[in-house]
Write a protein that binds this ligand. Structure first.
Ligand code: NAP
Length: 247
């Protein structure tokens, strides 16, 4: 039984490793190719877009994929909608593995916004030194905010010729420790953070550090995702897989 896992998250990698150890299950992982050197796992991997829904349908059919699991990042909405549609066209079972969102505590100073554009409207009245932890793809959205200094963190540098905001770029891959995040915020005299609500442990320390230092966090809400069968962790995704395999 061949399974395609749409990946790009730690959960996707862990699921792929564990699923490929199940007898009778063959796993292929698909990555968008956003990270130049993705974390290595010993599972067959293909990289790059499929060319829209029709390209994904062709891929699923050509490779005799029996099950499709979408374990992509919670902000990668386009591929998730295409996956639902493609699975429907091919008549194969489809599952979404989506990490639960972080929830603010009473001590957190979150300002939730609908999207990054809304964050740019809010920042000038909020802070002069901002930690942007949104990855590299959308840094340009903040490039016109000339009165704000940005500390930006991403795994890879932005594409050449992309306008990026004034400030400093840190190329680092998580997980990040609380001690290091606290130090970073203090060292760069950060006054506010812009973050996506990615969920999970690997990048949560910055949220705790902001809470400790009483800093506001501009939290960009997750995009709308398609409806369908979903689980929130690897264990339940494996349960779904095993059920289908044994049915
Ligand atoms: P997206 O907007 O959902 O997808 C854009 C296109 O990329 C898709 O239509 C598809 O191209 C291709 N694609 C996406 N995921 C794929 C996968 N697993 N395998 C093959 N092709 C894939 O996603 P995005 O542009 O990658 O990211 C949007 C936001 O998600 C980013 O700004 C970032 O915040 C967050 N994010 C994404 C990833 C990731 O690995 N994608 C990782 C971390 C964070 P075709 O239509 O040609 O098939």
């Amino acid at each position: 039984m061949r399974v395609l896992i749409l990946g790009g998250t730690i959960d996707a990698s862990q699921l792929a490793i564990q699923a490929s150890a199940i007898p009778g299950i063959e796993v292929i992982v698909s990555l968008a190719g956003r990270t130049r050197q993705p974390a290595k796992i010993n599972v067959e991997t293909r990289i790059g877009g499929f060319g829209g829904t029709s390209g994904l349908v062709t891929y699923l059919q050509d490779n005799a994929i029996a099950l499709l699991i979408d374990a992509t990042h919670p902000y990668a909405a386009q591929i998730s909608f295409k996956a639902v549609e493609a699975a429907k066209i091919c008549g194969i079972p489809h599952l979404m593995l989506v990490r639960p969102e972080w929830q603010p505590t009473q001590e957190d100073r979150w300002i939730e916004v609908d999207d990054l554009k809304a964050a740019t409207n809010l920042l000038p009245g909020l802070a002069k030194r901002v930690f942007l932890t949104i990855g590299r793809q959308e840094l340009a959205v903040f490039a016109d905010l000339e009165d704000i200094w940005f500390l930006m963190r991403a795994i890879d540098p932005p594409e050449a010729n992309t306008p990026i905001p004034k400030g400093q770029l840190l190329l680092q891959r998580g997980p990040f420790s609380l001690a290091d995040e606290r130090k970073l915020l203090q060292q760069y005299q950060i006054e506010a953070i812009v973050s996506k609500n990615s969920g999970g442990e690997a990048t949560y320390a910055k949220i705790i550090a902001a809470r400790e230092l009483n800093l506001p966090v501009v939290m960009v809400k997750r995009p709308v995702m398609p409806s369908g069968t979903r689980v929130t962790d690897v264990e339940n995704a494996l349960g779904w897989l095993n059920n289908l395999k044994n049915s």
